[in-house]
Design a protein around this ligand. Structure first.
Ligand code: GTR
Length: 339
């Protein structure tokens, strides 16, 4: 008798426990292991930039399309301004499945999946047309797919323009970089590039760059017009030289843990929504880039054109040579995309 009572008590505890678990599941996780088409999720997307920045606008467009196309079943909440952490830490969280989605730059991603390094090799793309032809071709898609072995699933590329150097002191030519302490994104290729330019590389999370420039811990950094502007770095490093050394794109991705929970139908919806948000993001990018340039000029930033890029390309050629074998296949595809 006593044993039976105990059994009943244990059973009801078990039932209550499972109800609790499935209750949570329908709010923010999977409904058991079944990949039902009706599963509901509320997922987080980590973004380092502020709400009005073009990548954030792309993220929001993507979230909106997913919400519409799943009739509100899959809700993606965009957390801008680095609220969920700096890029490297966020990627680690995405690998663990603790953060479901993020938009990051391909440069820090290369530390988690070597293939992505090819995208930050200096002067590897002639212009945006060349870059996008590669990204949207077979090799670009394969590259996104290769993230699966790094516990992520690549969804789409976003625009990030071209990166150039800026410093606290005038930058009139490549020689002015010599000996400077230059902040780079946390990736090995970037460090090699700075060394090849005769400067010293300081890898550092994006969110720390403003005060490092302000206090003189570093002399210089590098980025596209939109980031240079929106981060306010231009207020403490007023000299920008348009050397356009990299065209490292942005990547929208989902944790493999989250991806594997989805039904095939939902996978298609998410992938397509990501691809459909690209045109919107690229338009927003073009507009923001122009506005940023105008505002930078109005704020009195000195913008120096580079008439001949050859000395810059020559200086960093050793970096490409160093990685030529490793990236042979993709470098061939990049050459093809030029034609
Ligand atoms: C920006 C990029 C960010 C971040 C940043 C950086 O252009 O959009 O994701 O990588 O550069 O320099 O850290």
């Amino acid at each position: 008798m006593k044993g039976k009572k105990l059994l009943v008590a244990a059973l009801s505890l078990f039932v209550a426990g499972s109800l609790l678990v499935s209750g949570c599941g329908s709010k923010s996780g999977s409904q058991g292991d079944k990949k039902t088409e009706g599963a509901k999720y509320t997922w987080r997307l980590a973004e380092t930039h502020p709400p009005d920045y073009p990548t954030t606008m792309g993220d929001k467009k993507f979230a909106e399309l997913v919400y519409e196309r799943t009739n509100g079943r899959i809700k993606i909440e965009v957390f801008p301004s680095g609220q969920l952490g700096e890029e490297k830490a966020v990627i680690e969280q995405v690998q663990l499945g603790a953060i479901e989605l993020t938009r990051v730059n391909a440069s820090p991603l290369a530390e988690f999946n070597k293939n992505f390094g090819v995208l930050s090799l200096p002067y590897i793309f002639d212009n945006d047309t060349h870059l996008w032809k590669f990204l949207q071709g077979d090799a670009g898609n394969k590259l996104l797919d290769s993230l699966e072995k790094s516990k992520m699933k690549g969804l789409a590329y976003y625009d990030s323009g071209a990166r150039s150097f800026y410093a606290r002191k005038p930058l009139n030519s490549i020689d002015d970089l010599k000996g400077l302490k230059i902040r780079v994104q946390q990736s090995k290729i970037n460090m090699d590039m700075i060394a090849a330019l005769g400067a010293s590389a300081t890898p550092m999370p994006y969110g720390e760059v403003f005060s490092a420039l302000q206090t003189g811990v570093i002399d210089a950094a590098e980025n596209n017009y939109p980031s240079y502007f929106s981060s306010n770095h231009y207020q403490v490093a007023k000299y920008y030289i348009l050397d356009k050394h990299q065209r490292t794109p942005e990547v929208l991705l989902i944790s493999k843990t989250a991806w594997d929970k989805l039904s095939d139908e939902d996978k298609k919806i998410i992938k397509q929504a990501a691809l459909d948000s690209v045109a919107f993001q690229r338009e927003a990018w073009a507009k923001y880039e122009k506005d940023a340039e105008a505002k930078l000029r109005a704020a009195g930033v000195t913008i120096t054109e580079v008439k001949d890029v050859k000395p810059w390309q020559d200086a960093v050629k050793s970096v490409i040579d160093k990685y030529r074998d490793e990236y042979k296949e993709m470098l061939d595809a990049i050459d093809q995309a030029r034609k």
